[in-house]
Design a protein around this ligand. Structure first.
Ligand code: F3S
Length: 103
């Protein structure tokens, strides 16, 4: 799961670590496709703002981001690779409603 710290940061270091290319880019943050993710954990330590968590470790204050990561793909589905998809216009409503994030 990717949570609030990614919003308006989008460092993208995680993308380079993902062996299955399952981290997709929205306008303001990136989202992990839960059906494509193999739970390898490679992305988690490279995020400079500690935005990435295993589902069970997601801090309660960011519980909405579980929903956001799942629901973001309701329309997108499982494209089978983020590189060919590029930036997906828009964000989950939880993210879209946020004021600009100063980090
Ligand atoms: Fe976001 Fe961290 Fe990846 S800021 S783009 S989750 S490296």
């Amino acid at each position: 799961m990717i949570a609030l710290p990614c919003v308006d940061v989008k460092d993208r270091a995680c993308i380079d670590e993902c062996p299955v290319d399952c981290i997709y880019e929205g306008d303001r943050m990136l989202y992990i496709q839960p059906d494509e993710c193999v739970d390898c954990g490679a992305c988690e330590p490279v995020c400079p703002v500690e935005a990435i968590y295993y589902e069970d470790d997601l801090p309660a204050k960011w519980a909405d981001y579980y929903t956001a990561n799942v629901e973001f793909f309701a329309e997108v589905g499982s494209p089978g690779g983020a590189a060919k998809v590029g930036v997906i216009p828009g964000d989950h409503p939880v993210v879209a409603a946020l004021p600009p994030q100063a980090h």
